[in-house]
Every structure is written in C-alpha cells, then in structure tokens.
Design a protein around this ligand. Structure first.
Ligand SMILES: *Cc1c(COP(=O)(O)O)cnc(C)c1O
Length: 397
C-alpha cells in the first residue's frame, strides 16, 4: 500500500534532524557544542510553572473550548492592544498547540490546489512544507544580504501572479535575525492591498529585539491591511515555553472560524494546563523577559564580533531572535584531507563530525551561502564553540 502523495511531498524539519544527530552524538559521550537549537536555554519562569501546578491541583484538567478559554482569549486581546496597537474581538482570536499549529491551520483554512504562496528566502523551514501539505505551490523569493534580507516591493511585484494567495512574513526572522522597519512594512502592505492577497505575519520573536529596534505589526498599519492579515504569535520564545505548546492567531473572523473548525476536528483544545500557564505568562510579572533578552544581547554581540573576525566569514548584525547567520561561502571549494567542502550541508557536516559543533546549514532555509548558529546556549559554550569553528575553518586547505 502506498502513502499519500501529500506525505511524500514533504521532509522532516531539518532543524529537528540536526538537533537529533547532535543529541545522539552527545549520548555516545562526544562533547558536542550545540548551536543548532531553536529554543531558549532558560527555564520557564517559576510563576508560570506555579500557575500550571494550581491548574492541576484545582482539577482544571478537562476539555476547554476548542479555540481556547475566554479568559486566555481576553488576555491575548489585551496583549495585541498593548503591544501591537491592534484591536480584536474574541471571535477574531484562536489559541492553538503552538504557533506552528496556528500557521498550519491557517494553511489548511486558506490554501488549495492552484494557489501560490510567496515565501521570502531565507525562510523558516516549515513554511514551504506547510504550503505543500495543503496542495498549494510555495513561490520562493530570494532576498539579498545587502538589503538585510528584506523583501522589497519590486521583488514582490515580480513574483505576483493571478494565483497569488498570500505572503508569509517573519519579522524578526528565523534564521537571519533581521527585522522589518515601518517603511518597509508599509510598502509591503500597500502591495498586498493593491493586489489583494493575504499576509501571514509570524511575529514569534517580537519580544527578542536589540539595539533599540521597535517591533511593528503589519496589521496595525491600517484597516485594509488588517482585513488581509493573520498575525501569529506565541509564548515559546518570549517566555521559554517551547514544551507547553501554546500559540495563537488573530485575524478576520471567517478565517479564525475556519481555523477553529479545523482544530475541532483534529487536535481539539490546547492543553488546559498549558492555557492556565499561558494566562500567567501574559498577565503576570514580565520581569523575566528583559532579563533573558539582555543575556541574549551579550551573547549576540560576542558571537557576531568573533564570527566577523574569522577569515572567510562575514555576518550581519541581527536585531532580533537568537541566531547569527554568517555568510561562509568563501570557504566553499576548500578541502579537509581529500574531502571538498562545496555547500552549507558539507560545511555543517564537517563541523559536526570533525569539530563536534552542531550548526544548521543555510540550504535548509533556502540559501546555501550561510549557516545558522543559535546563541540560545551559555556564554561558555559559545566561546568554546567559536574557538572550535575558528580552528576548523583554518584547517581547510
Ligand atoms: C519557533 C518558531 C515558531 C513556532 O513556535 P511554537 O513553539 O510552535 O509556538 C514559529 N515560527 C518561527 C519562525 C519559529 O522560529
């Protein structure tokens, strides 16, 4: 018996695959420095854990409404008002099992065969596969490092067709750490309104920003763009809650209602206990967030400086998220013993096997000139890991 065409059209998330290989080597006793991770290395704050314990002890352990409890939706509505100058009603918000799940449900609600979905590259690994899983066509648009990997209206226009259904935006970006300023967002919003396509705005790294950058939600730029935007966010990155699986989306009522129906026939509600934890994350003390961000900031500055001092490496200074995305393409064509390094995959596998460093090849994000290093790991690890990378790169002939 054959598997469906759909399931054959996709591959497992390459970031999770590298992480698994690094963990396997570690389990064998190899001293791996893991720059592959995509989650904060901080523990979930105590007040959030306490809220979850209270939920268990008070018996809040049953089904909730499919799209999340009213109190959690209200807290999310408050968050959008306060942080993003966006006002939504309860039927314009849905809580899912992680932001990835929200994104998937959007894809299910909007896409079908014949649709084209614009995805700027470098992109987060799940976007193209979620589009493919829903029978639509990902249209990958390569952006330029010189323009901080931002998509321009010109690039957009060159890729719009009668079949264009949506653009997936991610600011701040995983993997590049770049983010869109107001003027760039206004230009994109204008193009989306004029050509009548949706914007799916993944803002999961909104709170992790540096150098005084201020995050802007594209949906807040006017009524016309708000009607065409679904904003996705969650607590995984901002509150170190990756394992709790809470994400959410806000947008036009008909789309949110379709997403809720899809959820009602697949996962049902996100875990009741996690919803209580999420409520505390949104409404309780926010002291944790700036502390984590300032720690990330120190590591960011150190990592970027070290990378830029390595021969053959150049790295933009990211303003968000917790990744460095250095250009390593000048190492391609060089050799270790008789093995030629000719792609980001070769280089990543060389770094893992010979220097015991896990990084993610840029090719997985749609641009082979780069590798992604996460600085969501201790300063000590970062120092050790960068020493090893420097030595490994200078060993190439
Ligand atoms: C981590 C991440 C998500 C998903 O987060 P969840 O854990 O599913 O809430 C979504 N988008 C990007 C770009 C991410 O890096």
């Amino acid at each position: 018996m054959k598997l469906s065409k759909r399931s054959n059209s996709i591959k497992p998330s390459p970031t999770l695959a590298i992480d698994a290989r690094a963990k396997a080597l570690k389990a064998q006793g190899v001293d791996i420095v893991n720059f592959g991770v995509g989650e904060p290395d901080f523990d979930t704050p105590e007040n959030i854990k306490e809220a979850a314990k209270r939920a268990i002890e008070s018996g809040f352990t049953k089904y909730t409404p499919v799209g999340g409890t009213d109190e959690l939706k209200e807290a999310i509505i408050e968050k959008f008002k306060k942080d993003n100058a966006l006002s939504y009603a309860k039927d314009e918000v849905v809580v899912s099992c992680g932001a990835k799940h929200s994104l998937y449900n959007i894809a299910q609600a909007l896409f079908e065969a014949g649709d084209e979905v614009l995805i700027p590259a470098p992109y987060w690994v799940s976007y193209p596969d979620q589009v493919l899983l829903n029978d639509a066509v990902p249209v990958i648009i390569k952006t330029e490092e010189e323009n901080s990997f931002k998509i321009t209206p010109e690039l957009l226009k060159a890729n719009i067709s009668g079949k264009t259904k949506a653009l997936i935006l991610n600011s701040p970006s995983n993997p590049t750490g770049c983010a869109y300023d107001r003027a760039s967002l206004e230009a994109i919003a204008g193009t989306a309104v004029k050509n009548d396509f949706y914007i799916i705005s993944d803002e999961i790294y909104e709170k992790l920003i540096y150098d005084g950058f201020s995050h802007i939600s594209i949906a807040s730029l006017g009524d016309e763009i708000k009607q065409r935007t679904i904003t996705v966010n969650g607590l995984s990155k901002s509150h170190a809650m990756t394992g709790w699986r809470i994400g959410f989306a806000a947008g036009p009522k008909n789309i949110i209602s379709a997403m809720t129906n899809i959820q009602s026939q697949s996962t049902s509600n996100p875990a009741s206990i996690s919803q209580k934890a999420a409520l505390e994350a949104l409404k309780g003390s926010q002291d944790f967030v700036p502390k984590m961000v300032s720690e990330f900031d120190k590591r960011r500055l150190y990592m970027i400086e070290r990378l830029n001092n390595m021969k053959g490496v150049s790295c933009l200074r990211p303003v968000g998220a917790f990744y460095a995305f250095p250009n390593v393409s000048s190492c391609y064509g060089r050799r270790f013993n008789d093995k030629m390094i000719s792609s980001s995959f070769d280089l990543s596998s060389y770094l893992l096997e010979e220097a015991n460093i896990a990084v993610v090849p840029g090719g997985a994000f749609g641009d082979d000139k780069y590798i992604r290093l996460s600085y969501a790991t201790s300063m000590e690890n970062i120092q050790k890991g960068l020493d090893r990378i420097e030595a490994a790169l200078s060993a190439l002939k």
